[in-house]
Ligand binder design. Sequence first.
Ligand code: ADP
Ligand code: MG
Length: 284
Amino acid sequence: KDEEPTYPAELERVYKVTRKTLGVGSFAVVKECIHRTTHQAFALKIILKKAIAGKEHMLDSELDILKQVRHPHIVSMHGLYESKDAVYIVTDLAGGGELFQQLLKKGNYTEKDAANLIRQMLEGLSYLHKCDIVHRDMKPENLLFQTTDENASLMITDFGLSKILKNHDDVLTTACGTPGYVAPEVLLQTGYGKPVDLWSVGVITFTLLSGYTPFWGDDQASLFESIIAGKYEFDEDYWSDISDPAKDLINKLLTFEPSKRITADEALLHPWITNDQVAGPRTT
Ligand code: ADP
Ligand code: MG
């Protein structure tokens, strides 16, 4: 007989969990659920306690953060339930899928479209950083479109690796994050503050415009070497039609020294982000 998974009674009272799986992450399975009285759809993130054994502190930090954040470009939390084996978090539904999937489909973005996406990321990050929250895992898999609409809003999710800073200039020292998007100071274990998120936005910007990542290697060790070297190129074959302001912002985001790296608020004022004329469509 087909076994229906059981959910906490309190959760079942408020929401009907559907059979639709929205995604699978490193720690979680995400299902769709429907509010029984409003019929509004939400996402239900199910984290097996087994899967986070010994890492409960990461879960706690995720929940603390999710409970506090309310911003149009951040996936917010609406409910929290627990069973013996799992934790259940009800969040905004971002039904438009991952930026990662859309990037794979498109290959790359026009400057205008990329600037619009990066602006939304920066607005979300600016808010998080004002709350002294460092995301620490900014990458296209953790950026979801709110709907399948062409002009859907982009939302930041997956705070599993982020942490509330106790002090403004606290340097976080846990070595985690995702290879490819991770900042050099994380690999060098010399810093883990807000600038790490801007580095990741730099890698994302580079990738959206060109369709490939600025740092690479045949294995993890050579990828790390590439990031620690901090060198990347705007290969003429791919970058000759891309504007100078775009490259200038990327250079300011991929600044090796975290203290000299552009902040989210500064980046929001950069001409490539503010000026639609500059961020015009590509000619090829
Ligand atoms: P993990 O922390 O385990 O990496 P995520 O929060 O990244 O889990 O969720 C895993 C995947 O589930 C995401 O990459 C995405 O495809 C999907 N997902 C997560 N949150 C939502 C949401 N709010 N709405 C729709 N899909 C989601
Ligand atoms: Mg994830």
